[in-house]
Design a protein around this ligand. Structure first.
Ligand SMILES: [Fe+2]
Length: 399
C-alpha cells in the first residue's frame, strides 16, 4: 500500500478567481513584507473585497522562519478565529502558515507535536481550511506535507523539518500573475530548485509511478520554458508552465522524497548565505554523476536515468543504458549554460580558506539532514568530502 497526498489544485491565468467558490468568509492571510511591497497582497485583498470575504493580515514572516514567528502568528490567528487560512508567498510563508494552521487547530500543540506518527493530527482542518498561493515557481510547498521552521537550540539555529500528511494545504492556487514579476536570477534559482525536486524525486529510493509521471513532466516543462522566462520574464506561457512545473515537482518530491542534493544544499546554505535554489541546482550535476558511478553490484541509477533520458527524447530508445543515462548530466550542464547558472562553489565567492574551515561542519549537517536517507547511493564521510571538494572546484565526479 502506498499513499499520494495532494491539495485541490487550481492553476493557470485567473486561477485566483477560484477563491470566490471556496467556502469560508473569514480569512487569515499569512504573507511577508516583500509580497506586500510588490503589490501582490493588494491583488489578493482586492479579490477578497470583491468576493465579500473578510480578512486580516499577518505580514511578519521572515525568510527561514523561526518558531517565535509561528507562535506570534498562532496567537493572532486564534484571536481572529478564521475559517480560511491563506498563505501568499514563497516557501517560508507557506511553511509558516502550515505550522500556524496546526496550532490553530490544536492550540496545545507545539512544533514537536508535528510528526508523521501523530494520530490526532489526522483529525484536522475542522476550524479552517488552508489555501496556499505561491508567488515563486520553485519550492512546491503549496503541494507538500512538510513545513521547515527554525528553532534556536544549543547555541545555533536548527532547521526543523515538520512532516505530517495533514499539512498538505486544502487548496493550491497556482496563478502565474505572481511569478511574472520575478527578476531573471530569482527565476533561474527557483526553477533549479523545482528541477532538483523533480530529478531527485525521480531517482529517490521511495520513487513510485505517480511521482515519476509528475517528475518527468516537470523536468520537460522546466527545460522547455526556463530559457524563455529567463530571457523574457513577461512571457506568460513560460511563466504559467514553469509555475505548474513547480507544483508538479512539489507533488513528486512530497510523495517520494528528495536525497543528497538537498542534504548538501541545505548544509551549504546553513553555513553560507546562498539561496536554496542556487545550492541544490549547483549540486544536481555532481550528485547525478555520483549516483551513476555507483560501483555496487546493483546500480539501479543507470537504468532509472537511462529511462528518463529516453522518455524525454534526449536519448534514442536503442541506446545502451549507460550511454543514455549520462546524457542527463549533459542536459543539466546545457541548461545551466543557457541561463548563466553558477556551476561551482568557488564561483559563488566562497574563499578556499572559508570553504576548508567549514568542510567538516557541512558534512556533519548532511548526516543530520533527513533527505540523505532516500539516496540511491549513500556517501560515507570521505565521499561527502570529495563531493563538496569536487563541487568547489567544478570537477566532474570520477568516483
Ligand atoms: Fe528545494
Amino acid at each position: 500500500m502506498w499513499h499520494f497526498y495532494c491539495p485541490n489544485i487550481t492553476y493557470g491565468e485567473d486561477a485566483l478567481n477560484f477563491i470566490e467558490k471556496i467556502k469560508g468568509e473569514k480569512c487569515f492571510i499569512v504573507t511577508d513584507k516583500v509580497v506586500e511591497e510588490l503589490g501582490y497582497l493588494k491583488i489578493l485583498t482586492d479579490k477578497l473585497d470583491n468576493f465579500g470575504k473578510k480578512y486580516t493580515v499577518f505580514t511578519d514572516v521572515i525568510p527561514d522562519p523561526h518558531e517565535e514567528d509561528v507562535i506570534k502568528g498562532k496567537e493572532k490567528c486564534i484571536d481572529y478565529a478564521p475559517d480560511l487560512i491563506i498563505a501568499l508567498g514563497g516557501g517560508s510563508v507557506i511553511d509558516t502558515a502550515k505550522a500556524i494552521w496546526v496550532m490553530y487547530e490544536y492550540p496545545d500543540y507545539n512544533l514537536d507535536n508535528i510528526n508523521p506518527f501523530d494520530e490526532k493530527l489526522y483529525d484536522f482542518a475542522n476550524k479552517a481550511k488552508m489555501i496556499a498561493i505561491p508567488t515563486t515557481s520553485g519550492t512546491g510547498s503549496e503541494a507538500t506535507w512538510a513545513a521547515i521552521i527554525s528553532r534556536f537550540q544549543d547555541g545555533a539555529w536548527r532547521k526543523m523539518s515538520l512532516p505530517h500528511m495533514s499539512l498538505v494545504p486544502t487548496y493550491a492556487i497556482v496563478d502565474p500573475i505572481f511569478p511574472k514579476g520575478m527578476p531573471p536570477a530569482l527565476t533561474v534559482n527557483t526553477a533549479f530548485d523545482a528541477l532538483a525536486h523533480a530529478i531527485e524525486a525521480y531517482i529517490s529510493s521511495w520513487r513510485n509511478e505517480f511521482c515519476n509521471a509528475l517528475g518527468i513532466k516537470a523536468i520537460e516543462l522546466i527545460f522547455k520554458y526556463l530559457p524563455i522566462a529567463y530571457k523574457d520574464g513577461n512571457n506568460m506561457e513560460a511563466r504559467d508552465f514553469l509555475h505548474q512545473a513547480s507544483t508538479m515537482a512539489g507533488l513528486a518530491f512530497s510523495n517520494s522524497q528528495l536525497h543528497i542534493g538537498h542534504a548538501m544544499g541545505h548544509s551549504l546554505a546553513a553555513v553560507f548565505p546562498i539561496p536554496h535554489g542556487q545550492t541544490v541546482g549547483l549540486f544536481l550535476k555532481y550528485i547525478t554523476q555520483y549516483c551513476l558511478n555507483d560501483p555496487g553490484e546493483i546500480n539501479e541509477s543507470i537504468e532509472v536515468y537511462s529511462t528518463l533520458a529516453k522518455k524525454l527524447g534526449w536519448a534514442k530508445w536503442d541506446y545502451p543504458p549507460k550511454k543514455a543515462s549520462y546524457i542527463v548530466v549533459e542536459k543539466i550542464n546545457e541548461l545551466q549554460d543557457k541561463v548563466d547558472f553558477i556551476k561551482n562553489i568557488k564561483d559563488l565567492g566562497i574563499t578556499q580558506e572559508d570553504f576548508n574551515n567549514n568542510l567538516n561542519k557541512l558534512i556533519g549537517l548532511c548526516y543530520q539532514d533527513p533527505s540523505s536517507v532516500m539516496a540511491p547511493r549513500t556517501p560515507n564521510k570521505e565521499e561527502f568530502t570529495k563531493l563538496y571538494t569536487y563541487a568547489y572546484e567544478g570537477k566532474d565526479i570520477d568516483f
